[in-house]
Design a protein around this ligand. Structure first.
Ligand SMILES: [Zn+2]
Length: 271
């Protein structure tokens, strides 16, 4: 079963690659996007020579390996982004199934499917932010909406307590509140407005200020490690910014599945 989720993740990873590219095309071109590039219609094509790809070119990872990272038609290098995103999505999908914190009744499966859709949007956001340093509004709003649906189903089916709702409310106020403050204080220089909106979705997913603190801590830790590494290797330029979105999203994934373990381990450590 884990293998099925891995394969499913590879396929969705390939979908993420293509929708990030199409979304960027839509935003970056002032002209009306031609039908060939439209969002869901239109076949996949090589980003460089625009040759329509045949089905054998579309197998996640394997096509890339078989073609040795080069386009079959123009022989230009295909970015490593493609297989890496496919692999990451595959791993996240199989981890999601393997460590799924709930049981496997009908409603749990519905929640799991919903979670995977949210995950696809979050990975898409992470890649978009990493590449273009912006979090597109329509993706962020979809993530917020679907997290709300997820929390609502969970509330109705499993936990009709005000504690559940309050935890989510505090989570959102806390995460989005902190980011809104940083955004205001730095005049939008340290983080973007997209990060603030993203935190609304992440707050709903995590629920509870403690989980949010852990998520922010992990994200900042990863951020510091990354800038430290870049400083040592002298790759950090003065005007360079590190996109915070991918770090927030990755930490949220960790906290969603392993948050309580990490917190237990930590309290065991200090207690
Ligand atoms: Zn090509």
């Amino acid at each position: 079963m884990t293998i099925i989720f891995l394969v499913l993740g590879l396929i969705f990873g390939s979908f993420i690659n293509s929708f990030v590219w199409r979304l960027h095309l839509k935003y970056s071109s002032s002209k009306k996007v031609s039908k060939k590039h439209s969002f869901f219609k239109g076949r996949s094509m090589c980003p460089k020579c625009k040759h329509i790809l045949s089905p054998v070119d579309l197998f996640p990872i394997f096509s890339w390996l078989l073609l040795r990272g080069k386009c079959r038609y123009c022989h230009k290098a295909i970015s490593l982004q493609y297989p890496i995103v496919e692999l990451i999505t595959g791993v996240l999908f199989s981890l999601s199934y393997f460590y799924w914190p709930y049981s496997f009744n009908l409603w749990d499966y519905i929640l799991l499917m919903l979670w995977l859709v949210i995950l696809v949007i979050l990975v898409g956001l992470a890649i978009y932010d990493f590449k273009y340093k912006i979090l597109p509004n329509n993706l962020v709003y979809s993530a917020i909406f679907l997290s709300l649906v997820f929390a609502t189903i969970y509330y109705i089916k499993y936990d009709q307590t005000s504690a559940y709702l309050l935890a989510r409310l505090y989570g959102v106020l806390f995460s989005a509140g902190i980011f809104y403050l940083i955004f205001q204080v730095s005049n939008g220089k340290w983080i973007g407005g997209g990060d603030v909106k993203l935190c609304i979705a992440l707050g709903i997913i995590l629920g509870g200020p403690l989980e949010v603190v852990l998520m922010l801590f992990l994200a900042s830790l990863a951020g510091s490690l990354m800038s430290g590494f870049l400083l040592i290797t002298k790759k950090l330029k003065a005007n360079m910014t590190i996109a915070f979105g991918p770090l927030l999203i990755f930490s949220t994934f960790l906290c969603f599945f392993f948050g309580s373990q990490i917190l237990n381990w930590y309290t065991g450590l200090i207690g």
